[in-house]
Design a protein around this ligand. Structure first.
Ligand SMILES: *Cc1c(COP(=O)(O)O)cnc(C)c1O
Length: 483
């Protein structure tokens, strides 16, 4: 395995260096010719030189010698080339229990979207071309109608992600003017998205009102001045305010803004187009509801609960969306044809709500029944127990998954997982579990779990490729784990 590079078996002593074959000789070995055919002479020659250099340096440091005969050198060359050519971007098994894991790529796309993206890559398409009129078109038009059909909006535009959506909205509607936002909603998301910083980057002055826990209608009303351009509400997606709290609801706030002739924008973050409560999940705000409350502009992510590609959707009233689209930043933040193809085909699935939990992987994983996950855990357990060896004990039991990406922080989904404990509890437990977690990450498809409660926990809610997972587990035994 990768912890023990083959090069280490061909270390030579200083005395043996003289016998080291030349670059040309190695290139002429029959065993090397398939490498030459596959990768070309330029690349293989460079790798042979680098390998010989490594061997020389190791030997000159006086490190242990092994045989420097042809076969081990050829094998080392082949292994070296394999590892050099492996893409740094790797598929992994996300068994962290977080369905929308930002660091692991968030939503997995529906098959329909994968097909649409492949097609958009291979053939020219009417990205900005109006087929009826034969003239230049607008790329937003490819999805706008569908978004309006699904949410009831008048107009929509798509940008790189939801952070861009908020940035563009504020820049287009409130640059050099004031935006009113409650102190209870000055969110930070994933460290690099902070509402106050974003407002500043957009060139707007943020007017904070109310207190951390309570903001009232009168706070908004008294903050409105001739310099105000926008009233903003941000969904508390990754935290909850509990206890003595007060906030102004969307309908009331829309009324306050409209009386002053101002637009109200709501940043929903996740924004589910499907009512999750119908599936026994906690209700997440829906863009269509927010619009129905009279909100003028709603922004949300494409790769959170929507289950599509990374994108930011800005939807709402024609007047404001039109202004937003005209801002120069829109050109800088626009999405590619691949994203539009993926988004369009994902959104199209929402026309058939009954099929959504089967076809949209995010919704499928979120609604997966705990009993099904539990029997999966039972089936996989013996292979994992064999693979981890005698130093560990594997059990299965209940765990709680979470949606992730800031959705519904207070709620967790009943799930099932595998718990790997150290056979002998006590000192060194943490170190052994870390070594095991590291070993699982060296598998051909790295397995990512989490360590908690003195165990390595693999939450199986998100395991769909059972066969692939089980098939690679025996490779784990090749990795030395100190008992
Ligand atoms: C996730 C989130 C964002 C950022 O969205 P990205 O698509 O990750 O850029 C912004 N606001 C809220 C409330 C969010 O939950």
């Amino acid at each position: 395995m990768s912890t023990l590079p083959l090069e280490s078996t061909v270390r030579g002593s200083k005395a043996q260096l003289a016998k080291l074959p030349s670059v040309d000789r190695i290139l002429s070995w029959p065993g090397v010719s398939p490498l030459l055919e596959r990768h070309g002479r330029t690349f293989v020659t460079r790798e042979v030189r680098a390998l010989l250099n490594d061997i020389r340096e190791t030997a000159l440091r006086g490190e242990p010698t092994a045989n420097l005969t042809d076969a081990p050198i050829a094998a080392a060359l082949s292994a070296r080339i394999d590892s050099r050519l492996r893409s740094p971007l790797r598929p992994v098994f996300n068994l962290t229990g977080t369905v929308l894991h930002t660091n692991l790529g968030r939503a997995l796309l529906p098959d329909e979207a994968v097909v649409a993206v492949a097609q958009a890559m291979r053939a020219p398409m009417n990205l900005e071309f109006d087929l009826a009129g034969g003239e230049r078109g607008d790329r937003d038009a490819l999805v706008e109608k569908l978004v309006c059909e699904l949410t009831g909006c008048e107009a929509a535009t798509i940008v790189n992600n939801n952070a861009s959506a908020v940035l563009l909205t504020v820049a287009a509607l409130a640059a050099r003017r004031e935006v009113i936002v409650s102190r209870g909603e000055l969110v930070e998301i994933g460290g690099s998205f902070r509402m106050p910083d974003l407002m500043k980057s957009a060139g707007a002055k943020m007017i904070e009102i109310g207190t951390t826990n309570r903001t009232h209608a009168r706070d908004y009303i008294s903050a409105i001045t001739p310099r105000t351009a926008l009233v903003m509400k941000v969904h508390a997606s990754n935290y909850v305010l509990k206890g003595f709290t007060a906030a102004v609801d969307e309908a009331q706030l829309a009324d306050i803004a409209h009386r002053a002739g101002l637009p109200l924008a709501v940043d929903l973050g996740s924004g589910s187009l499907l009512d999750l409560a119908a599936y026994g999940l906690p209700h997440e705000p829906m863009p269509q509801e927010t619009l129905a409350h009279g909100v003028d502009i709603v922004t949300f992510s494409g790769d959170k609960l929507l289950g599509g590609p990374q994108a930011g959707l800005i939807i709402g009233k024609r007047e404001w969306i039109g202004k937003i689209k005209k801002h120069p930043l829109k050109r800088a933040l626009r999405v590619s044809k691949l994203i539009l193809a993926a988004l369009e085909s994902t959104l199209a699935l929402y026309r058939h709500p009954e099929m959504l939990t089967a076809r949209v992987p995010t919704l499928r994983l979120l609604t997966r029944p705990a009993v099904e996950i539990n029997s999966l855990a039972g089936r996989v357990l013996p292979t994992l127990a064999d693979a981890v060896g005698r130093a560990f004990v594997v059990t299965h039991g209940e765990v709680k998954s979470q949606i992730g990406s800031g959705s519904l922080p207070a709620d967790v989904l009943p799930s099932a997982g595998l718990f790997v404990h150290c056979r002998k509890a006590g000192k060194g437990t943490g170190r052994k579990l870390n070594a095991l977690a590291a070993a699982l990450r060296t598998l051909p498809v790295p397995v990512i779990g989490r360590i908690a409660e003195d165990a390595l926990i693999l939450d199986l809610r998100t395991l769909e490729d059972e066969a692939g997972f089980v098939a690679q587990l025996p490779l784990l035994t090749a990795i030395p784990i100190a008992p």
